[in-house]
Design a protein around this ligand. Structure first.
Ligand code: ADP
Ligand code: GLC
Length: 476
């Protein structure tokens, strides 16, 4: 086996706020099959330290970005971890990124610069006889690593995966020294961005290779509409950029064995009981239209304000909606109001993994109206559970769903519905199409069955990552 280090701010099942955690948690298993052994470097948030238990301390520092730190080797959930225990950085009462008031921690740049610095230290020094040949860096939280590697004179190759270009990791220029960054990097072809330090840009300019989580998003990233100001820099790295689709955990998400559901099924027909149970759980009346779900962070990205505007197209025609999500206060309130106003809409504000499984098992369709979506996982769960995805034509949603257009319907290959442009009106039209297809039982079950057969695992993507790691570890 060859050795790689994966560096991220979250990893399922230990700590998760979104799909990043699922992907970071799945990569070691997927890459093992390709001959690469991954260790995952993760911040020692209180819940992570509790989950990994005692572990073995392999490195200590009296002053890592302002306080004492140690590195713990531990195994948990079948994964090999290196946990960075630094209480001054990670022992907080809020969420992993936000304080109790919902604001970014002021020292987020230092919190994750420290993680990146330790990643570079590991690339330079290893632990005992373990030394990583390749470093897989996820998002801005790991993106300073290539700069520290350069400073330390280490040789490991780096791959930066952009899971979401909306988050940059911005710090004032005055923090240059505090972040241990070289002053000569503070230029427009370095990590300077409108007079500030941009940590994601730092990784984009300096990593050996760059990937993102779908081929379509890889192209979108080079355009002003999607690049969030980094499109030019990303375009400059075109030759080293590729899109590799996320997979899902086929054991955790398997309708025939899922431990979070009570009635298992192999074919769409078996969903019936799960559907009745879901209607009951959400207090939704039975009706002749499709039972739709949303499982999502409630943020601008996810387009759920568009769904609020398009709701009549669904609920005035016998459709129903069960939504599980949390995030922006204003969106949470708007959705609770919508549930009060429509008997066919039911909303749970919060985060609940088990409930999400019951929702995919029992629903007819899952709605993903994102304004942008680097890959997206819920449409993949939908496919696997015979829960037809209705998605915006963007990013990974475009790459994973075969839309029910005339040609695909004629050939019998459609797996879901897609709408474009990403507006409330186009979404409403799509919801009306959904209703019509749902009313045609043979057509509907064909789409469901196609989806259930569609490959959504890691095989192909793991091979693509392994090839990238290979290219990093054999310097040209
Ligand atoms: P993103 O990472 O942008 O949030 P993804 O679709 O890639 O989007 O991943 C979201 C992940 O988080 C999925 O596994 C989804 O099921 C899960 N998720 C999101 N919100 C909730 C929630 N409220 N309860 C349970 N799971 C959720
Ligand atoms: C980001 C993206 C999402 C993607 C996930 C995992 O959170 O918003 O589309 O699936 O990362 O790569």
């Amino acid at each position: 086996m060859r050795h790689a280090l994966s560096v991220a701010s979250e990893c399922a099942p230990l700590i998760k706020t979104g799909g990043l955690a699922d992907v970071v948690g799945a990569l070691p298993g997927a890459l093992a099959a390709e001959g690469w052994a991954l260790r995952t470097l993760l911040p020692g948030y209180p819940s992570v330290l509790r989950a990994v238990g005692a572990g073995k301390t392999v490195w200590k520092d009296k002053n890592l970005f302002g306080g004492p730190a140690k590195l713990i080797v531990a195994e948990a959930a079948g994964l090999d971890f290196l946990i960075l225990d630094a209480p001054h950085l990670y022992d907080r009462t809020g969420s992993i990124y936000l304080d109790d008031g919902g604001q970014d921690y002021a020292d987020n740049p230092e919190r994750f610069a420290a993680l990146s610095w330790v990643a570079a230290y590991l690339a330079a020094n290893g632990i005992g006889d373990w030394i990583p040949e390749a470093l897989h860096l996820h998002d801005w939280q790991a993106a300073l690593t290539p700069w520290y590697i350069k400073e330390m004179g280490a040789r490991a190759g780096t791959l930066l995966t952009i899971h979401n270009v909306a988050f940059h990791g911005i710090a004032p220029a005055a923090r240059l020294n505090a972040l241990r960054l070289p002053a000569n990097g503070f230029t427009s072809d370095g990590f300077e961005f409108w007079g500030q330090i941009n940590m994601l840009k730092a990784g984009i300019v300096a990593a050996d290779k760059i990937s993102t989580v779908s081929p379509t998003y890889a192209r979108e990233l080079t355009t002003p509409e999607f690049g969030m100001g980094l499109e030019g820099v990303i375009d400059g790295r075109q030759a080293d950029l590729c899109g590799i689709l996320n997979g899902i955990d086929l054991e955790a998400w398997n309708p025939a064995t899922d431990t979070a559901i009570t009635t298992h099924y192999h074919t769409p027909r078996g969903k019936k009981k799960a559907k009745a149970r879901l209607e009951k759980e959400f207090g939704l009346p039975a009706a002749d239209g499709p039972l739709c779900i949303v499982v999502s962070r409630l943020t601008e990205q996810k387009g759920l304000d568009l769904l609020l505007d398009a709701l009549p197209a669904l609920v005035d025609r016998g459709g129903r909606l069960a939504l599980l999500g949390s995030g922006d206060r204003a969106l949470e309130t708007a959705w609770l109001r919508a549930a009060d106003a429509h008997p066919f809409v039911s909303v749970r504000i919060g985060y609940d993994e088990d409930l999400s499984h019951r929702m995919f098992a029992g629903a007819d369709a899952v709605l993903v109206p994102s304004r942008f979506e680097p890959c997206g996982l819920t449409q993949l769960y939908g496919l696997r559970y015979g829960t037809v995805p209705v998605v915006a034509l963007t990013g990974g949603l475009a790459d994973t769903v075969i839309p029910a257009n005339t040609a695909a319907m004629r050939d019998g290959v459609a797996t879901g519905l897609q709408f474009h442009p990403v507006t409330a009106r186009a979404l409403a039209n799509s919801l009306m199409d959904l209703r019509a297809i749902y009313a045609d039982a043979p057509q509907w079950s064909r789409i469901q069955r196609n989806g259930m057969k569609h490959p959504v695992g890691w095989d192909v993507s793991a091979r693509a990552y392994a090839e990238l790691y290979d290219s990093l570890s054999t310097p040209a």
